[in-house]
Design a protein around this ligand. Structure first.
Ligand code: ASP
Length: 327
């Protein structure tokens, strides 16, 4: 039987959920600003700590979330020793490093670039597509030509020493199976809110190691690897992209926040949806990060082992372990 205390608790909860929904419908952004935690940046995995430093330089100087999420993940793209982001990443089955990235800002402007080769900063190419063209997605040689025409440099074909070593080892058996939490799939996804209360997101990866030549994952696809709605929140994903693509994962997380769920609950519900739609869920890892308009954040993963880095005025760039569906 519902006790009076439980009833009051439930009433208070419904009232606050109602208030939240009402807020979204009627309050202006300037009203919301007074309740926000800002600036905040969070990003996936351990490499997120260094990336957050790059983003925080922008945010703490009053810069935009858009600049922060671009500058932040550029740090990871620059790191030739990183085996899952940028040109140092593990190659596909045929020995090519092919990069995917996306970016989205508070105005809903967005773009992705996929299957891009020999260009150091795919996130900057994505931003240039967003700002200089009418398009939202460019791929392959056309995207590379666009980058070169716009001042990007063609980098050497060579694999990083560690990537080359691991690839040669892999070639001995050529067995393909994504490994849980091992660095053959560790995209950096980053979401941020700036001092003005605006949200943006970015995502960049060399994709699944030893994927088929031509395979594209979730990271460059707006709504799958990353999504931003400045009225509600932002989300990004990491892990086996095919499973995220099937549920439009980041868009789903944002939509759950729109319905009034906290960032944590929204990520958890998206993982539950992913489990329902992917019979192979026990063999893969996926993690989601979310940030709402108030600057509250959340995370949830399919398997244990997912972590993320958070930087705000209160939390000085720390790594946190995410909760997970499977223990
Ligand atoms: N999501 C990326 C992909 O499927 C890989 C990753 O996040 O680890 O390409």
């Amino acid at each position: 039987m519902t006790t009076r205390r439980k009833f009051l608790k439930l009433s208070a909860l419904s009232a606050s959920l109602f208030a939240f929904n009402k807020t979204k419908a009627t309050e202006t952004i300037s009203n919301l600003n007074s309740k926000q935690i800002k600036p905040v940046v969070l990003s996936t995995w351990k490499h997120g700590v260094q990336a957050n430093e790059g983003a925080w330089k922008v945010l703490s100087a009053g810069g935009s979330a858009l600049d922060a999420v671009e500058k932040g993940v550029m740090v990871t793209e620059d790191d030739f020793t990183n085996l899952s982001v940028g040109l140092g990443g593990l190659p596909d089955r045929d020995g090519f490093v092919t990069l995917d990235a996306s970016i989205m800002d508070e105005k809903g402007r967005c773009a992705g670039v996929a299957f891009l080769q020999r260009i150091k900063h795919p996130v900057c190419v994505a931003r240039m597509i967003m700002e200089k063209t009418q398009h939202v997605l460019m791929v392959g040689s056309g995207a590379q030509k666009f980058a070169l025409d716009n001042g990007f440099k063609l980098e050497p074909k060579t694999l990083s020493p560690e990537a080359e070593k691991q690839y040669k080892e892999w070639l001995k058996k050529s067995e393909y199976k994504p490994m849980i939490n091992i660095e053959n799939h560790d995209t950096i996804g980053m979401i941020a809110i700036d001092a003005n209360g605006n949200l943006s997101g970015s995502c960049t990866t060399s994709g699944l190691a030893y994927k088929m030549h031509g395979r594209v994952g979730d990271s460059p696809i707006i709504g799958a690897g990353m999504y931003v709605d400045n009225e509600v929140g932002a989300a990004c994903a990491t892990g086996v992209g095919e499973t995220v693509l099937r549920i439009c994962g980041s868009y789903l997380v944002v939509e759950f926040m729109r319905q009034g769920l906290s960032p944590n609950e929204a990520c958890k519900k998206a993982v539950e949806r992913l489990v329902a739609k992917n019979p192979n869920y026990k063999d893969v890892q996926v993690g989601f990060l979310a940030l709402n308009k108030r600057g509250e954040h959340g995370a949830f993963a399919l398997q244990k082992g997912f972590n993320y880095a958070l930087y705000s005025n209160e939390i000085n760039n720390k790594l946190f372990d995410s909760k997970s569906f499977l223990s």
